[in-house]
Every structure is written in C-alpha cells, then in structure tokens.
Write a protein that binds this ligand. Structure first.
Ligand code: PTJ
Length: 265
C-alpha cells in the first residue's frame, strides 16, 4: 500500500470536508516526495483560508477572468505556463491537458531550490503525459533581468510574450511586467502582490481553475481571433479584483446569520 492510499483511508469520503482534506494530503505527499517545498504547506493553508471566505466555489467574477485568460493565451505568440511544486502536486493531469489544448508549453520554475526537486516535478508531469518540459536542463537556463530569487533561472520564459503564473510569490510577476510580458496569475489572495501586478488575475483555487480553463479553451479555440480580442479588451483587472473583494464582504455578511443554521440540532 502506498502512503497516498494510507491517507485516503484516513479520510472517509463521507467527511464533510473530504475534498479539502484530499488536496491537503496531496500537498503533504508532494512534500514527502520533494515536489512541494516545505513553505508550500504554509502557502496552501493561506490559500485555504481565502477559499473559505470566497465560498469555496469559482465565482462569476473568477469565470470572467478565466475567459479573458484563455482568450489572451490563444492570442499570444509565445505563451508559457510556469509550474511550481504546489501546482504539480495538486493538478498535474489537468495542467498537461491545458498545455496541450492551448499550445502553451510547461516550464518548471521554482522559488525554493533543493536538490532533486526539479527531477521530482519532471517525473510527476511526465507521468501525467507531458512529453516536453522546459526548465529542467541547467545548460539551457538563462538569467531573467531584475530578479534576485531562484526564479530568475528561466528557459523559454525569457523570450515568452505571455506567462501564466499559478500560485506565485510576487517578485517575479513584477519583474515579468517590467520586461513587458503579459502575466496571468491564479491566486486565491486578491490582495497579494502577484494579484495586483498581473494583467489578468484569477482569484480562485487552482484545483477548480485549471479544469474550468480546459472547458473554456475547448470553446474559445473554435472562435475568430477578433472575438477573442474583444474579450481581452473588455476585461478590467482592477475592477475584477474590486468585485472579488465585494464578493468576500457579501459572503462574510451572509455568514453572520446563516453559518449558525448548520449547527442546529
Ligand atoms: O514550488 P516553489 O519552490 O516554486 O514554491 C511555491 C510556493 C507556493 C511555496 C511559493 O511560490 C510561495 O511561497 O508562494 P506564496 O508567497 O506563499 O504565495 C502563494 C499564493 O498562492 C498565496 O497568495 C496563496 O493564497 C495562494 N494559494 C495557495 N494555494 C492556492 C493558492 N491560490 C490558488 N489555488 C491554490 N490552491
């Protein structure tokens, strides 16, 4: 029996928080296998907290950002999807499907450098069906301008016109913007530096975002570029983030009364 199965055994499917616990255990397993950095556990917990006050669903506001994100990836000349440890642990299969549909290659780019991590993530992506994975060969790496952290070591990202950065720390988004690249962020914290710096911020859980992006991509792929351009042009990131904050306020306001209904016997 693998340790993964052990964990599943511990969480009965009938548990009211089964989904949330399932992903928590994927992150823990990922950490044991070197895929996830230790700090990735803390990042996940922070994400869970924001997800809770968003009602743990993909909001209509997030759906708008998802549509704009997919449209701009389809319009980009050299798009790339950056992969870190948490994303590889949570949604590897979906990430590979999305990369194929959108013709946007996957590049591993890590904040926390630790021997064996890149190989561990490469293995996970290959198992999920990825054939070409960038960011794995030190001889092909170059340094991205304006960045001190380990994330400065990039391959295709250096020359990309659009970079999707799921679950990110803020420094690189800022550096990518200063290099005139379009940045798409997926971040449950609507006030993170990444969320505020990005061109399109999807405030949603990555485990829901990537499957939703796959569905949207299948539809938008069939459409005329002028229609896609219209979607991107009509999208306003600042307004979208402000609308997300309003949704959080509304949700908390409603929960002041409603939450107690659940504990009535
Ligand atoms: O694998 P590495 O070495 O590249 O490191 C990855 C982490 C995530 C550890 C690193 O980028 C980091 O420290 O990130 P931060 O600064 O903690 O930011 C992560 C952001 O992602 C936070 O704003 C979280 O709210 C958010 N987040 C966490 N889990 C999810 C999420 N957003 C969407 N979906 C999630 N499941």
């Amino acid at each position: 029996m693998t340790s993964n199965e052990n964990q599943d055994h511990l969480v009965p499917k009938s548990h009211p928080r089964y989904e949330s616990l399932k992903y928590r255990h994927k992150i823990i397993e990922g950490m044991k296998n070197l895929v996830v950095a230790e700090a990735g556990l803390i990042a996940h917990g922070r994400g869970e907290c924001f997800d809770y006050i968003l009602g743990e669903k993909t909001t209509d506001v997030a759906k708008k950002a998802i549509e704009a994100a997919v449209a701009s990836i389809l319009l980009a000349d050299r798009p790339i999807i950056s992969v870190n440890g948490n994303v590889a642990a949570l949604v590897p299969d979906e990430l590979v499907i999305l990369s194929n549909i959108l013709n946007a290659p996957l590049e591993i780019n890590l904040f926390y450098q630790k021997k064996g991590r890149i190989q561990a993530i490469k293995n996970v992506l290959q198992k999920a069906g990825a054939s070409i994975i960038y960011g794995t060969d030190p001889k092909k790496m170059i340094k991205l301008e304006g960045l001190e952290s380990n994330r400065k070591n990039v391959e295709l990202i250096a020359n990309a016109d659009l970079v999707m950065v799921p679950l990110e720390d803020g420094d690189r988004t800022e550096a990518l913007k200063k290099l005139n690249k379009t940045v798409i962020a997926v971040d449950l914290n609507p006030l993170s530096r990444t969320a505020l710096w990005a061109d399109i911020t999807i405030v949603d859980n990555i485990v829901r975002t990537i499957p939703e992006m796959i569905n949207v991509a299948k539809k938008l792929k069939e459409l005329n570029p002028s229609y896609l351009e219209k979607i991107v042009k009509n999208f306003n990131n600042k307004l979208n983030i402000q609308n997300t904050l309003n949704l959080i306020l509304d949700y908390i306001e409603k929960q002041k009364e409603k939450a107690f209904d659940a504990v009535k016997i």
